[in-house]
Design a binder for this molecule. Structure first.
Ligand code: IFM
Length: 466
């Protein structure tokens, strides 16, 4: 049984569900450009029509309510609010999010907006993107604009979603927009994302102090449980490197105001971190009220391994099993032989329990929320008109039980959000992956609650995994 005040919700992100990329003055984002570049996104899929949520949001909120979920995590599209990422505010874009928030509140659903879930205005990328310091300052301006409009009604703010993905898949491996493969730039991006987070947190807190509204600030990280294959020096060192690059590169500046010394050594041949200016780390260390944790699967790694067979290498974790991240070039990502989701990700809920317990131990007292967790499988509407998805239900059940185990072990876990409310655009995988607890018919936009959605609604209503 979960505590009665445990938060249950569902998550989405603007570019993945909204569609309407060309209406009401929205500017172009790096994902519009990336989708339009041949070969970047599977099937040539684009942000149109996605789940047409811009038009159907009321219907979607009604579904959230019907399922008994009291919380909805969504993201705000920067290019709707500031089409060029700076300067004039597009009121029509802000109006949309105001309608969304008001409708959520009318239905008794608490809004949890994220200010940045990867859709950087293209104009800012043209000026250098996240590796360029000015982007952090522009992000804080944008955060101030959004908070000014919605701060009287929204208490729970996240600045960034998964800055690891933004920096390393966007600027190092190039699998994500803007598709750059510049290792040094990816590390500068990490710092400017964190700086943007700190500046946005500061400005929102200042504004909130003026209007007396309750405000809780957080950031969402896709922190990872990283396990070495064997208890050898090489494999333990591989795990240490990936832990530094995946977890501590964000957690240490946020919590301790410094980058990890071992990370700085690992990437010294790429950059000297000269982009860190006096005062930056104090800004980044601005106190957090909550931390969001997105978890899908743990990583199993080994050192430079001539003796790891090719079929044990995890092609979903980094190309041919080799890491694409700067400073970990020799690390091998491996498969442990567990069942996999439709997308090929291994299912191992013990990774979630271990992660939450570790975060609670290393960064104590900070309330934790699982802000994303879920799985993609090939869903179809059956003859009875329903979507039977026993594997997703099982995945969710195992992970919710693991979250409960972490809670019992003392982790200050306060809530769980499933990824995702709706089937949506899974970035470079296009529409090929269905993560929703609600099926979306791409041709008609009809929504069908999947069996896992009804099951999850029962968990949310009772606080018990039945
Ligand atoms: O779809 C993404 C989401 O945008 C960020 N976290 C991981 C999800 C599944 O890949």
């Amino acid at each position: 049984m979960f505590p009665t005040d445990f938060v249950w919700g569902a998550s989405t992100a603007a570019f993945q569900i909204e569609g309407a990329t060309d209406v009401d003055g929205r500017g172009r984002s790096i994902w519009d450009t990336f989708c339009a570049t041949p070969g970047k996104v599977l099937g040539g899929d684009t942000g149109e029509p996605a789940a047409d949520h811009y038009r159907l949001f009321r219907e979607d909120i009604a579904l959230i309510k019907e399922l008994g979920l009291g919380n909805y995590r969504f993201s705000i599209a920067w290019p709707r609010v500031q089409p060029d990422g700076r300067g004039p505010v597009n009121q029509a874009g802000l109006d949309f999010y105001e309608r969304l928030v008001d409708n959520l509140l009318d239905q008794g659903v608490r809004p949890w907006p994220t200010l940045y879930h990867w859709d950087l205005p293209q104009a800012l990328e043209n000026a250098g993107g996240w590796p360029h310091r000015d982007t952090a300052l522009r992000f804080a301006d944008y955060a101030a604009v959004v908070h000014e409009r919605l701060g009287d009604r929204v208490a729970d703010w996240s600045t960034l979603n998964e800055p690891w993905v933004v920096a390393f898949l966007g600027y190092a491996s190039g699998e994500h927009a803007p598709g750059r493969t510049e290792p040094a730039a990816s590390l500068a991006a990490v710092h400017h994302l964190l700086l943007g987070h700190g500046l946005a947190t500061q400005v929102i807190r200042e504004q909130a102090a003026g209007n007396d509204a309750p405000t809780r600030m957080g950031i969402v990280l896709n922190t990872q449980t990283v396990r070495p294959l064997r208890d050898t020096v090489a494999d333990r060192d591989a795990a240490r490197r990936i832990d530094a690059l995946r977890n501590r590169i964000f957690l240490d500046p946020l919590h301790h105001g410094r980058y990890p010394a071992d990370l700085l050594r690992d990437v010294a041949h790429i950059t000297d971190f000269g982009f860190v200016r006096p005062g930056d780390l104090e800004t980044i260390q601005a106190p957090l009220d909550v931390m969001g944790v997105n978890f899908y699967n743990p990583s199993l790694v080994a050192g430079p391994a001539t003796d790891v067979p090719r079929d044990k290498r995890d092609a979903t974790g980094g190309g041919d099993g080799a890491s694409p991240w700067p400073g970990s070039e020799d690390v091998q990502f491996l498969l442990s032989g567990l069942p996999r989701t439709g997308q090929g990700w291994e299912v191992d809920a013990t990774g979630l329990r271990d992660l939450l317990v570790r975060l609670a131990a290393d960064y104590p007292r900070l309330p934790l929320y699982v802000t994303e967790n879920g799985a993609a499988y090939e869903d179809t509407v059956a003859e009875d008109g329903r979507v039977h998805d026993p594997e997703r239900r099982q995945y969710l059940e195992q992970h919710i039980r693991a979250a409960h185990a972490a809670l019992e072990a003392g982790a200050p876990l306060k809530g769980y959000f499933v990824w995702s409310l709706l089937d949506n655009l899974e970035w470079a995988f296009g529409y090929s992956q269905r993560f929703g607890i609600v099926y979306v018919d791409r041709a008609t936009q009809r929504r069908v609650v999947k069996d896992s959605g009804y099951w999850y609604g029962g968990v949310a209503r009772t606080g018990t995994v039945g």
